[in-house]
Design a protein around this ligand. Sequence first.
Ligand code: FAD
Ligand code: SIN
Length: 533
Amino acid sequence: MSQKKVDFLIIGSGIAGLSYALKVAEFGSVCMITKSDQDESNTKYAQGGIASVTYQPDSIEKHVRDTLVAGDGLCDEEVVNMVISEGPKRIEELIEWGARFDKTEQGEFDLGKEGGHSENRILHHKDNTGWEIERALIEQVHSHKNIEILDHHFAVEIITQHHLGQYVNSSTPGITCFGAYVLNTITGRTDVILARTTLMASGGAGNVYATTTNPRIATGDGVAMVYRAKGRVADMEFIQFHPTAMYQPGVQPAFLITEALRGDGAVLRNQKGEEFMYRYDERGSLAPRDIVARAIDNELKVNGEDYVLLDCKNIQPERLELHFPNILARCRAAGIDPLMESIPVVPACHYMCGGIVVDQNGQTSINHLYAAGECSRTGLHGGNRLASNSLLEALVYSNRASNDVIRKFEMVEFAQNVPEWDIKGTADPEEMVLITQTQKELQAIMSNYVGIVRSNIRLERALDRLQILNRETENMYRRTTLSAPLCELRNLILVGYLIIKAARLRKESRGLHYSIDYPRPGETLLRTSGQKP
Ligand code: FAD
Ligand code: SIN
C-alpha cells in the first residue's frame, strides 16, 4: 500500500471538481481522483445549458424570483441571491477558460429558455453544452503542473478519527476529514491519500432508480461516504424527474430530450394528440419540471399508455438541425425523424436536489471537508431545481470553496499513523451476479414506491424491502474483497434509504415530493378537462 500527501484532494472530475482544481492549484499540490475515465460525469451530458443573467430585459431579480418560485418556498433566499448575482462573473471566467457558447448573427449570446424561466437566459453550446464545458476545463487542467489526475481511482471512504481508532458519533464535536481511502480499480490496490483539505465533488445518484438520464457513475458515493462519517445530509426527498427522456425500453442511461426544445416551441401531446399540459397548468408544456413530470405520469396512468409525445413541428427544420444536432442524430438512429414525427418520451430520474449540507463557502459539517456541485445541498434549489441552475451552482460554490480553503489550508496538519485499509474477504466470482441483481431490485423498489407520486404505504413498503437488501449487502461487504461495484451498491442502498427517510418525514406535498396522502389544498391530480388559453 502506498501513502500520498497532497494539499488539496478532489473527489470527482465534473464541473465542480475541475473548476475548483484550477483555482486551488495556484497555491499548492492537487490530486484529483475520478472513478472512471476523467471526462465521464453528469457534466458531460448536460444539454440545455447554464442559466445566467446577461442582457436586459432579464435581471438578477427575475432570475432570483424564478428560482424561488420553482423551489416552492424552500430555497434559502440569501443563497439564491448570492448564486444568481455571482453567476455572470463565473460565466465570464468559464469563457476565459475556453468554453464556447452559441451566438446570434449579431454576435450576442443565443439565449435559450426552459421550464419555469420568465426570460431567455440559458447560455448553451448547441445541444451538448456539458461536453463543451468538460472539454474546456479538462484542457486547462492538463496544462497545470500542480494538478495530478488519477483516473479509475474510486474513493471508498473519507478518513476521519474513526479510522484512527477514536470513537465518533453524530454529536462528536469536530469530526475531521484527513483524506480518503482510494481503490485503484485497475490494480485492485487500496491506498491512503492524506490531504490537508478534501473537496467532495462526486455528483448525483440517478442510478438509484430504474430509469435515469444519469451515466453509470452517478451512484451517490459522496453522500453515502459523508453520511457514514456522520456528516450532515438534507433534502434527500427532492429527487427531480426530467419530464422528457426518450422512450427506449432497456436503454440505459435514458437519452435526454432537452427542455430547450420546449423553450423553442415543441409541445407535449398524449397519444390521442391532445396538448394535455394546459389541463394541469396555464404555462402548458413549459410549466416547471415537477408539474410536467407529474402530469405526464398521470396521463400515462389514466390512458394506460407507455409514453407521451413531443411534437417539434412548431420549430423551423433549419433551427432544429442547427441547434439540436445530437438529439436529431440520436432520434434518427432510433428510427424517429423529429422533423416528420413526434418523439416518444417518458419522465426519468435526473437530479438530486438534496445532499451534503454546506455553508455559503461550501464547508460541510466535517472539518476540512468541502462539497460542491450535485452532491451538495446549498439551499439554492429548495424543493425543486430550476432548469439549468445546477451548472451555475457548481461554478459559484467551487469558487467560494476555493477562496475559503486557500486562506486556511496551510494551517492544517497532515494526520499521523493512519492505518492501511483492512484487506479482508476473498474474491468470489459468484458475487457479481448478486450485486447486479440486488441493484435491479433496489431500482425497482425505488421506481415503484418512491417515484414521482408517493404515499405513506408505498414508502413503508419500500423501507421494509430495502432493509432486506441492506442486510444481505452488508454481509456480502464484510466477506468479499473490495470492489467498485460492491461499494456502489452499498452507496445506492444508503442513498435510497436517505430518500425514503426524508420522504416519510415530510407530511405534505411540496416541490418534487408529492404524496397522495397529503394533497395540496384544493389540488386534484387527475385532470380530464381544461383548455389551452
Ligand atoms: P459530475 O459532473 O457528475 O461529476 C462527478 C464526478 O465524480 C465524476 O467524475 C465521477 O466519476 C466522480 N466520482 C463519483 N463518485 C466517485 C468516487 N467514489 N470516487 C472517485 N470519483 C467519483 N444541469 C444544468 O445546469 N444544465 C443542463 O443543461 C443540464 N443538463 C443535464 C443533462 C443530463 C443528461 C444530466 C444527467 C444532467 C444535466 N444537468 C444539467 C445536471 C448537471 O449536469 C449536473 O448536476 C452537474 O454536471 C453535476 O456536476 P458535478 O461536478 O457536481 O458532478
Ligand atoms: C435539459 O436540457 O432539459 C436539462 C437541463 C437541466 O437539467 O438543467
